[in-house]
Design a protein around this ligand. Structure first.
Ligand code: BES
Ligand code: ZN
Length: 616
């Protein structure tokens, strides 16, 4: 049974129909409790956030006011927000009366006495080391002329610049007015009401944004810099620094087709525009599904559209993640596993079965590898529903997508697609849990069919470690060809027999990840000479090659490795290399320390934290 507390889905606020807001339900079942928030939403929760902010590049802070609409249960006296290192100047109700508040006990719970207020106004400023924000100097940008700022909210970073209830199960509509220095453009993850901005006092330019759909607050995002826009199609376009805009438009030219394909599969795109923002290379992820404005790493720009799976992925999050959202980070697979599956279906629609099979095959192989690395079939960290942050490797993505593919193959695609489309409708703009998904699946797809229930092994997939026996392994003929060349090389054959012409990123990955970790210096040199690995400009190839070279203490790559690690800050392509260097003790640690010292000022806080954790 789903327990919808406090609210109807479309509850209009009494004041004025023009201000009518959608108030999304929260879940109050025990498995929906978010241990990473201080909020107690069943008592009092935020339903809307109105931001009025100045971006200050000198002090590297964002400050102004956040006005929150509060929905409080009868008798609730206080509301608890999440706030990390925020300097609070004042908190008042809508009439300007001061509201008593306290921070503590863990430094991130902001408790405010409501005194009957329905709206509270917080006057505040972010700290200079806000974990969501990266402030780049002009020298750290492509254009070298203007500074740049961007945010990364997922999972719990937004509490470092927005005082609200920072939990994925507490959806909020929001609006923002943001002022940046004249000459810069501000963008956010919402509808832009003033794309070019409006000049205002103090040599600044103001930008207004509106998000009418209730969203989990990790999806509020901002960027500001020397940004330009070019359209791709009627609903889509790209923002980036001027110097890479044309390359980005060319690389992501298939996005309109992707939107069409996604809608044909699982129902309407409910967000209006789908634009993309290409960030500087320090952006810590491949992509981030910020609504209306996916954030992307520039390492996708390889000129051959071979990394547009990331766009398909972030677009798919417009359903799995942004529309139906994991209620807690312990169910992150509901976002990432569903999205990886959906991404694959979009790729199949656009590029055919074989291209999709490449990704499915890589998902399966990655799942097997991650389970093995986590300690095998019984390792708790290999469960889909686990402790937040405890998941091994990429299993939310790989085991999650393989699970859904297994359901698809078991019940048949036609039936499964009808089910999944219905699922997105039933839970649109709502939080979801593993238990909630399984209950829905049983109600709408399995419908008491005992044989089917037994075949699917649902509880094993979701709550138990390891890989269930019914896991479907889709195999790719393209990758089988790579495997054959790999086997020949591993049997002592020459590197020159590996024919890489026309290869896309995924084939390179299969080859490089498939080489046994133990290689002689002579064999590594032979590979490098034949395949031009060290001088590759494809970040995926570089990362996989450096990983192998590091495992063998292969010195010749060190200068290229240093150049790479001081330029690229994408977590997934960077942290494995630091981990590899650390594993090489007296050879690797000094290299890692030296490069990290140099690279650190250019990394986003998320990457700094990740690398610091590895190097200790
Ligand atoms: N939502 C994730 C990024 C993320 C994950 C941010 C966890 C914070 C915590 C995004 O959709 C994603 O999965 N990005 C991937 C690319 C994807 C194609 C696998 C990435 O960054 O590599
Ligand atoms: Zn994702």
């Amino acid at each position: 049974m789903r327990n919808l507390a406090l609210a109807a889905l479309l509850l209009a606020t009494a004041a004025s129909p023009a201000l009518a807001q959608k108030v999304a339900p929260i879940l109050t079942t025990p498995e929906a409790r978010d241990v990473l928030t201080n909020a107690r939403p069943a008592e009092a929760r935020v339903t809307h956030v109105d931001l009025d902010l100045d971006v200050d590049f000198d002090s590297r802070t964002i400050g102004g006011t956040a006005t929150l609409n509060v929905l409080a249960a009868k008798g609730a006296k206080e509301i608890v927000l999440d706030a990390v290192d925020l300097k609070i100047a004042a908190i008042t109700d809508e009439k300007g009366n001061k509201l008593p508040h306290a921070i503590g006990p863990n430094g991130s719970a902001l408790t405010i006495q409501l005194n009957g207020a329905k709206k509270i106004r917080i006057d505040y400023r972010s700290g200079p080391n806000a974990s969501a924000l990266q402030w780049l100097t002009p020298e750290q940008t492509l254009g070298k002329a203007k500074p740049f700022l961007f945010s990364q909210g997922q999972a719990i970073n937004n509490r470092s610049w927005i005082p609200t209830q920072d939990s994925p199960g507490i959806r909020q509509t929001w609006r923002a007015t943001v002022r940046v220095p004249e000459g810069l453009i501000a963008v956010m993850s919402a509808r832009a009401e003033t794309p070019a901005g409006i000049p205002v006092a103090g040599g600044k330019r103001a930008f207004r944004f509106v998000m009418d759909n209730p969203v989990p607050p990790y999806l509020i995002a901002i960027a500001a810099g020397d940004l330009k826009f070019k359209p791709i199609g009627p609903r889509s376009g790209v923002w980036s620094e001027p110097g890479m805009l044309d390359a980005a438009v060319a690389e992501f030219g298939d996005v309109e087709k992707m939107i069409d394909a996604a809608q044909a599969l699982y129902g309407p795109y409910r967000w209006g525009r789908y634009d993309m923002l290409v960030l500087p290379p320090s952006f810590p992820y491949g992509g981030m599904e910020n609504p209306n404005l996916t954030f992307l790493t520039p390492t996708l720009l390889t000129g051959d559209r071979s990394n547009t799976d990331v766009v398909a992925h972030e677009l798919a999050h417009s359903w799995s993640g942004n529309l139906v959202t994991n209620a807690t980070w312990a169910d992150g697979w509901l976002n990432e596993g569903f999205t990886t599956y959906f991404e694959n279906r979009i790729m199949e629609s656009l590029y055919g079965k074989e291209r999709a099979a490449i990704y499915s095959d890589l998902d399966y192989a990655g799942m097997v590898r991650d389970v093995k690395n986590a300690g095998g079939e019984t390792a708790k960290s290999t469960r889909l529903h686990g402790d937040p942050g405890d998941g091994a490797g990429q299993l939310d993505y790989l085991k999650g997508s393989t699970f859904l593919r297994t359901i698809e193959y078991t019940v048949g695609r036609a039936k499964w697609d009808v089910y999944l489309k219905g699922y997105f409708d039933r839970y649109a703009f709502q939080p979801q849990t593993s238990a909630g998904f399984l209950a829905d699946l049983r109600k709408h797809l399995i419908k008491g069919d005992k044989a089917l229930e037994a075949k699917l092994q649902l509880d094993r997939w979701v709550f138990e470690p390891g890989i269930p026996s019914n896991a479907v392994h889709v195999k790719s003929a393209t990758l089988a060809q790579v495997d054959a060349m790999l086997a020949a090389f591993n049997a002592g054959g020459p590197a020159s027999a590996i024919k890489t012409e026309g290869w896309q990123t995924q084939q390179w990955k299969r080859l490089l990840d498939g080489l046994p970790r133990q290689q002689s210096a002579a064999r590594l040199r032979e590979l490098d000479d034949a395949l031009g690995l060290t001088r590759s400009t494809n970040a995926y190839i570089q990362s996989a090659w450096f990983d192998l070279a590091i495992a063998n203490r292969y010195d010749p790559i060190v200068p290229a490795l240093e150049e790479y690690l001081t330029r690229v800050g994408r977590n997934l392509l960077v942290t494995p290399l630091y981990r590899g260097l650390k594993a090489q003790g007296d050879w690797g640690m000094p290299i890692a320390q030296r490069i990290f010292d140099k690279a650190k000022p250019g990394y986003h806080p998320v990457t700094v934290v990740a690398v610091t954790r590895i190097l200790g």
